[in-house]
Ligand binder design. Structure first.
Ligand code: NAD
Length: 311
């Protein structure tokens, strides 16, 4: 099969890195973003810009998207100049955003009415992995549709998990993020407790890094916390969005989520304190403020310090 022409909707931290990588790997990529500065950065790396999602679809066989949230996905696909309005039979749409499964099933039903297929393929990994082809894809949809997209996904990801039917990739992603964001809050609360009780932050981290309570996010994010660096790799704002999507999914299934409801309120509090644009690890700054201590190590001062309470 000839190399498919790729459309890309959403050229932000993740989508921009993926679109640039595809363009650098000899794919013809046509992109669109509502934010002109993000679109311009992709254009500088070889992505052809289109004036609307509909015109992206006209120039592509496979349309990929990495958009902010469900309303953005709805607008880009189902809006007046959305992708679905100019679909051709045989096209494939692959959403890599973190959204709820029902929104994507709605897009898929509209696409199927015009002869196009859909996959959900949300990702694990951040902008660095997106730019180096090291993402992990969680795919929902039919196996033959995935087969058609495999070479494109393999350019972007090191692992591709075919989870099950359409929507199931999005479910796995929300489940993963419930665990990730919960682990981050528990680690923040525990570390601040230890420091408040008089332990040295760096020594505490070093010991916990080999102890039973550690988690992926503890190991990945606390070296940055110790350096006072809250540069966003995955923001408080995105955490808040994903937790509310997970709670919405649970509510639709009639399932109580007691711990996740509390975890979500921690991210809400961080957002209310003006920390929404910082890394999810900035929930630590809330506990620091409440306890009157800082979790900082020898390298502190090399990063961007935050004060919970600052606007
Ligand atoms: P981002 O905010 O940097 O990028 C989203 C882009 O979508 C922005 O450039 C925005 O202008 C654009 N956009 C919004 N509405 C649009 C529309 N209607 N049409 C076209 N463009 C539109 O966010 P990101 O970090 O790149 O994340 C993208 C998605 O991937 C989110 O759903 C996020 O939850 C998920 N995700 C992010 C990470 C991460 O580490 N950043 C990791 C895994 C998954």
């Amino acid at each position: 099969m000839a190399t498919p022409r790729i459309g890309f909707l959403g050229l932000g931290n993740m989508g921009g890195a993926m679109a640039r990588r595809l363009a650098a790997s000899s794919y013809a990529v046509t992109g669109y973003d509502v934010d002109a500065s993000r679109a311009a950065r992709a254009a500088a790396a070889g992505v052809t810009l289109a004036p609307s999602p509909a015109s992206v679809a006209e120039a592509s066989e496979i349309v990929l998207s990495s958009l902010t949230d469900p309303p953005a996905v709805r607008r880009a696909y189902l809006g007046p100049d959305g992708v679905v309005s100019s679909l051709r039979p045989g096209m494939t749409l692959v959403d890599m955003s973190t959204i709820d499964p029902d929104t994507w099933r709605e897009v898929a039903a509209a696409a199927a009415a015009r002869g196009a297929d859909c996959l959900d393929a949300p990702v694990s990994g951040g902008p660095a992995e997106a730019g180096t082809g090291q993402l992990v894809f969680l795919v929902g949809g039919e196996a033959p549709v995935l087969e058609r997209c495999l070479s494109v996904l393999k350019t972007l990801g090191a692992e591709i998990h075919h989870v099950g039917p359409l929507g199931s990739g999005h479910v796995v992603k929300l489940v993963n993020n419930v665990m990730s964001m919960g682990n981050m809050v528990v680690a923040a609360e525990a570390m601040v407790l230890g420091v408040r009780a008089g332990l040295d932050p760096q020594r505490l981290f070093d010991i916990l890094a080999t102890s039973g309570g550690r988690s992926h996010h503890f190991l990945k994010r606390f070296p940055k916390v110790l350096a006072g660096d809250f540069t966003p790799h995955f923001s408080v704002a995105l955490s808040r969005k994903d937790l509310s999507l997970a709670l919405g999914l649970a509510a639709s299934l009639g399932m109580p989520m007691l711990a996740t409801s509390t975890v979500r309120q921690v991210y809400e509090a961080a957002h209310a304190q003006g920390l929404g644009g910082l890394d999810m690890a900035a929930v630590t700054a809330l506990y620091e403020q409440w306890a009157g201590v800082k979790v900082r190590g020898a390298a502190a001062g090399s990063g961007k310090e935050v004060e919970a309470g600052a606007p």
